[in-house]
Design a binder for this molecule. Sequence first.
Ligand code: FUL
Length: 472
Amino acid sequence: MKRTLLFATAVLLIQISYAQNNFPKPSPQQLAWHNMELYLFMHFGPNTFTNLEWGKGTEKEEVFNPTNLDCDQWCRVAKAAGAKGIIITAKHHDGFCLWPSKYSTHTVRESKWKNGKGDVLKELSAACKRNGLKFGVYISPWDRNHPDYGTAKYNDVFVNMMTEIFTKYGPICELWWDGANGEGPNGKKQEYDWKRFKATVRKLSPHTVIFSDVGPDIRWCGNESGTAGITNWNTLNTDGFTPGAGAPSTDTLNAGNRDGKYWIPAECDVSIRPGWFYHKEEDSKVKTPEQLFSLYLKSVGRGANLLLNVPPDDRGLITGYDSAALIGFRKLRENSFRKNLFAHADTYHLFGGILKKAPAASDGNFNTIENFTASNRESVGVEWKQNKKINCVVLYENIRKGQLCEAFQLLLFDKNEKLVKEIHGTTIGRKRIITFPATDVATIELTIEKQKYITGITEIEGYLLDDNLVEH
Ligand code: FUL
């Protein structure tokens, strides 16, 4: 009785302090973004036809001439891959606009495609709507074609182009500002008005999340190989930094900052092929389903999102090589995570010598939360009476209250309560996928060893993946 009373008082106190947590938290649109996990990037433009990666901006508009462009096919492929949306390069560094912008003379309108009447953004945004996919837009600040680039006037051009995009083709779930600039020391220098760019987007489309090296909403993961940091904070300090050359080091972008002032989670962009744009000679170099699955573990499995580039070819279609790999990748994810072997297991929460149940940890409901409240060690376990062979544990932190765990320990016991594995990790975040050699396990016990504040865990899961998918 006394114990129960003590516990109830503790819970009350915890609930009060829990509500007062002042650590950075995701906005509703960032939370929605976190739940997208995987979506496709599509690099498409003159480079698709000239076989380049970085067009010079001097290419003739007539080179852009897809013979069979079909954005519904892109959407079908994205859906078959289990991707939640598509982000298209509306304007890459060569400045060519995939929509007939009033603020450029280097656009689809000047090409021969559909006699200058075509509009890729219009077709794709409509196809995404029809197919229930989110639509996102990449627009390169660096522009090798526009005559105003390098002058203050270019900031007006960029704002006007974004205004066209948002007013004509929305809703846009994510806007992508690429930080690359290859002008070199003697090249044109543009003083970008980032503040104005951001204000424009916020005004026109407050629900859009903006990506750049440093956010403001989503950050680059610091590499183009598709891997988030093993320690991956969703928080980052960006005061005094800018996208591009003024960004923090790639190591910092990869791991985030433990004490970062803003919630700016990492997105892992990577191409299914060696290049970002389509090159026929890379048809044989499309990543395999297994390679894509490994990237999934290193991005989504570390609490980031995976933006997988699948470039349409010069017909304006995704090739069979890419779609086959994507379907294989989806199957691997589905087969791997179809059955949580610890769903609805018995649970316990050991807290200051008091043992209680912790049903939230294995009820399959991401709205129920098991809070790690104590300042000293406390454990939550999910247990069966029998052994289950597993090689993967998945943990989920309740990021709605911020990202608070900074070190955890997993102890795996067999049915005789013998310790069979001890694993240590740092951050958890939205999702943390941990793999190890297959082991007979009856109990998975999680201890938060270090936390910034009360860590909330929504689920502890156990899976048996195909052995060849598991890296140790
Ligand atoms: C880089 C660009 O330079 C590449 O061409 C590509 O668009 C990649 C996603 O971002 O910064």
